[in-house]
Design a protein around this ligand. Structure first.
Ligand SMILES: [Zn+2]
Ligand SMILES: [Zn+2]
Ligand SMILES: [Zn+2]
Length: 151
């Protein structure tokens, strides 16, 4: 049914299990979700999978490099299955919505630090902060409602 997930798991020597397939498919359909959301979505489909099992799967997949964990400052950890391209994220200060942002130039230029001090760099954490379109619209409509003076 999901041969690409099975191939991915086998490629990193992980056994193919239903919870692992479920987590990978949840992350494909819902990028940048936190642990609780992953648990809820997996259990909506497979109620017998325990919370702990989902935690374990997330850790195993992250360790194996199939899943990337991102942690914007002050936010809970989010997970996504788009890995290996060092893409960045834009985060809404208001509601926490997250979207992908490709590296500004070329392939993954942020991995080429101007001076790496001898470190082997494998990730550049670049987070753009701002206000998402939904929150921006809400703010504008609240302001106009306020100026009309309704109580
Ligand atoms: Zn927002
Ligand atoms: Zn992403
Ligand atoms: Zn970049």
């Amino acid at each position: 049914m999901t041969p690409d997930f099975e191939t991915q798991l086998r490629a990193v020597s992980l056994r193919v299990t239903r919870p692992r397939l479920a987590v990978l498919s949840v992350l494909r359909d819902h990028p940048h979700v936190d642990t609780d959301t992953v648990i809820a979505l997996v259990r909506a489909d497979q109620p017998t999978v325990s919370h702990q099992a989902v935690y374990d799967v997330l850790r195993a997949l992250t360790d194996a490099g199939l899943v990337r964990r991102i942690r914007p400052a002050g936010a809970t950890a989010r997970y996504e299955s788009r890995v290996g391209d060092n893409h960045h994220h834009v985060v809404c200060r208001s509601c926490g919505a997250i979207a992908d942002v490709d590296c500004a130039v070329g392939d993954a230029p942020c991995l080429t630090a101007s001076d790496d001090h001898g470190f082997v760099v494998d990730e550049a954490e670049v987070v753009y902060w701002g206000t998402c379109p939904g929150c921006a619209t809400e703010r504008t409509s609240q302001q106009s409602a306020g100026s009309e003076g309704n109580r």
